[in-house]
Design a protein around this ligand. Structure first.
Ligand code: NOJ
Length: 747
């Protein structure tokens, strides 16, 4: 080989290896970002911090607020949301390529639980407690959406939610910071895959930063008033976990926190997130949340709002137009330092470089790849499994479930309820309507009929509509039930009854559905009720009187097949509730990891000047972590490696679990602790670990957890993350209420 060629090959190999090394790559990107930044005018910089909704025909002309397309061509727009599909995104990106500096646009979208293949709502997926499955669900969403030209999802929502009236509980992982942190990590990893730059990766966005889940009264967009203790110990951990998992972006929130709107909150955005946590990505506002600081009473006008948001650390303005109309002037007036603008633009450009958009702005727009994602059988099969794992068996008196196909031959199953033939009803909020209407969606009726086969007679009556006040359909449903051997009902909440702006003050089953269940139960036929909903609902009569109940959330595209698999025992339910289910709205907020009072009630009937209601037990209807199986599990006593341990040592806790029933099954073994005496009062129980085990009927397994002093840390009064020596309790069990316990000491 000639000498020149071999040294060329050597140098090229060296360069490639340097580039594939993280350090070299970051440095290169930062240098490239700076070289673009140097070329930009102030207006172009502010343009990068500007995001518009794409709710107009791409070929259409002017919108109320000016010609967005013209602004793209002038480099006055950094990103768009709600623009999807290869055709549409390509068209807009071409316009961006006509701008002076040809900086590509970022396309963002709310891919909350799947794109074309709709997965269970996030709260449902959280009930699976299966991190691999949750990660895979996000992976598929990313694969499908990125193939449609989207770069960025506004997910995961990692808000802790202790109030089921708040409609947005459906988008998160429930009430627990530990489970919420694990799920935040899994979702970020799933969306971002092998890393930005791969054509199947979506940038993730941890939202809504922060404490949005504590909106007063569960009313959406409402204020939050919270101690720093609760903020740091309960609400911030999932955000920190998302940051540590490498989430590309954060979205701030609509709420005020202790009087300061999150969007204008320097403490949250600059001091904590970009300061203490060293977050390198960018922060986008929520929709018009910059402008909403005016009605909040925090900013005088849009100029003031843009100054306050930018100085607090908000990098991109979603849809309010405050930045694009005011920020350049604010810089010229000396109200916002140029360094702040440069920092925001650097953060945004860095992500565009990391995605590879400067090399190829159209790299995510490939028609063939997009087509491959439509009704993709592999993705649908994974969705079905995820849906099965999300279902929670709340009750199964006399082992009515699973149904046995052989025994049902020649018999009649009556399918009753407004969800039984529901198609879109099981997709839930934040799912998209496909214009071509060709998406496969399996209704419970179809799923059950296919599974039961031709030897079982399936009959159907709706009984009532979801939000009905009319009893007109009851007679037909009762007559049908009387003629049947077994009745399966599916009742619940309409898909637009939980989600953004879908808070409810009354979270009972809507309409006359519970009455319908009652009259059907009165026929005396064996009855199974499935509940399809976007939050924990209240359904006390059903809970107390119906023998078998499955909580099905909104399960997605394959809902019907997943339900059928569970009903007929092809999947043994393993879901566990990620939120406490209240008995009445009066108990809300209700959560298992509450503090003890100075006068704790001994039990639900203890009313003797203790902290209780005189008209209601303190306990929830179903506790956090609760969920049954067709089989039964028994727990042995906890065995500890030591009674006391030092901060540099590890404590192990073991329990033997036995499958004492007839079916193979999966159990989620949960570990909780309580710090008995601390400088800041600690919760009565806190989840600190869990393991999922599969046990064959009759099989036993020892499950071992390891604890170190790190697992016992909390944020103290000075907000230092510390452990404190002293006595602890450890609990291991099948849910937060049903546990074995032991004591240990940290020296
Ligand atoms: C408002 C919602 O609060 C947020 O979660 C969402 O991502 C944006 N709208 C964009 O749709």
């Amino acid at each position: 080989m000639n000498k020149n060629l071999s040294s060329f090959i050597f140098l090229t190999t060296l360069l490639i290896s340097l580039l594939s090394n993280g350090y070299a790559q970051t440095k290169t990107i930062d240098q490239k970002v700076d070289s673009v930044l140097k070329l930009m005018t102030l207006n172009e910089k502010v343009g990068q911090m500007n995001q518009y909704n794409g709710d107009w025909d791409a070929t259409g002309p002017i919108t109320e607020t000016g010609d967005k397309q013209d602004q793209i061509r002038k480099g006055m727009l950094g990103s768009m949301l709600n623009v999807t599909g290869v055709e549409h995104t390509t068209e807009l990106q071409k316009m961006a390529m006509q701008s002076r500096l040809k900086i590509p646009l970022l396309f963002g979208q709310d891919i909350i639980h799947g794109y074309r293949t709709v997965f269970p709502i996030p709260l449902g997926e959280a009930a699976s407690w299966d991190m691999n499955a949750i990660e895979q669900s996000a992976r598929i969403a990313a694969t499908e959406a990125s193939a449609a030209g989207i770069h960025w999802t506004f997910a995961p929502m990692v808000d802790i939610a202790r109030d089921p009236r708040w409609g947005r509980v459906m988008e998160g992982a429930g009430e627990d910071p530990y489970l919420g942190s694990m799920i935040a990590t899994a979702r970020v990893k799933g969306f971002q895959g092998k890393g930005l730059g791969h054509t199947d990766a979506l940038m993730a966005c941890a939202k809504h930063y922060t404490a949005y889940g504590a909106a007063i009264g569960g009313r959406d967009y409402n204020s939050v008033d919270m101690s720093l203790n609760t903020l740091w110990n309960i609400y911030l951990p999932p955000f920190k976990a998302a940051e540590e998992a490498g989430v590309a972006t954060f979205m701030n929130s609509f709420n005020t926190l202790n009087g300061i709107p999150a969007t204008g909150n320097k403490y949250l955005q600059t001091d904590i997130l970009k300061g203490q946590w060293k977050f390198k990505g960018f922060i986008v506002s929520d929709w018009n949340s910059v402008g909403e600081m005016i009605p909040h009473g925090f900013a005088k006008d849009a100029y003031d709002a843009s100054v306050k948001a930018a100085n607090a650390g908000n990098d991109m303005d979603m849809e309010s137009r405050s930045y694009i109309q005011n920020l350049a002037k604010a810089v010229r007036d000396g109200k916002v330092p140029m360094a702040r603008i440069d920092d925001a633009v650097r953060r945004i450009l860095r992500k565009k470089f990391e995605l590879g958009l400067f090399n190829n702005p159209f790299k995510f727009s490939n028609k063939e790849r997009e087509q491959q994602q439509w009704n993709n059988p592999k993705n649908l099969a994974i969705e079905k499994t995820m849906a099965e794992k999300s279902i929670v068996l709340l009750k199964n008196k006399n082992q009515l479930l699973p149904l046995n196909k052989e025994n049902l031959k020649g018999k009649t199953i009556a399918l009753i309820g407004p969800f039984i033939k529901g198609v879109r009803d099981n997709l839930g909020f934040w799912s998209y309507t496909w214009p071509d209407d060709s998406a496969r969606i399996i209704s419970p009726y179809d799923g059950i009929k296919n599974k039961a086969g031709n030897d079982v007679n399936i009959v159907y009556a709706k009984g009532c509509n979801i939000n009905d006040t009319s009893l007109a359909g009851f007679v037909e449903a009762i007559e049908l039930a009387k003629k049947a051997d077994i009745v399966i009902m599916d009742v619940g909440e309409a898909p637009d009854w939980s989600g953004e702006a879908k808070s409810r003050s009354n979270i009972h089953l809507p309409g006359v559905q519970e009455q319908l269940v009652k009259v059907i139960a009165e026929t005396g036929k064996p009855l199974i009720v499935m509940i399809s909903a976007g939050r924990p609902l209240i359904f006390n009569w059903i809970a107390d009187n119906v023998p078998s109940i499955l909580y099905a959330w909104w399960l997605g595209t394959e809902a019907g097949d997943a339900m059928a698999d569970v009903l007929f025992g092809d999947y043994n339910p393993s879901g566990k509730l990620p939120m406490s289910f209240p008995r009445t709205e009066g108990q809300i907020p209700i959560y298992y990891n509450h503090l003890n009072t100075g006068r704790p009630a001994k039990n639900d009937s203890d009313l003797n000047y203790v902290s209780s209601y005189i008209d209601l037990p303190n306990s929830p209807k179903f506790p956090f972590g609760y969920g049954l199986s067709y089989t039964t599990f028994s727990y042995g006593d906890i065995s500890l490696s030591a009674k006391s341990f030092k901060p540099n040592e590890t404590l192990t806790a073991s329990v033997t679990i036995s499958n004492t029933g007839k079916y193979n099954g999966t159990e989620t073994v949960q570990l909780y602790i309580r710090d008995m005496v601390a400088s800041v009062v600690q919760p009565v129980k806190e989840l600190k670990g869990f393991q999922q085990i599969f046990l064959k009927a009759g099989e036993s397994k020892k499950v071992t957890f390891k604890l170190t002093a790190n697992d016992l840390k909390f944020y103290n009064e000075k907000l230092n993350y510390v452990y404190e020596p002293g006595d602890f309790k450890i609990f291991i069990g099948t849910n937060s209420n049903d546990v074995k316990e032991a004591d240990f000491t940290l020296q």
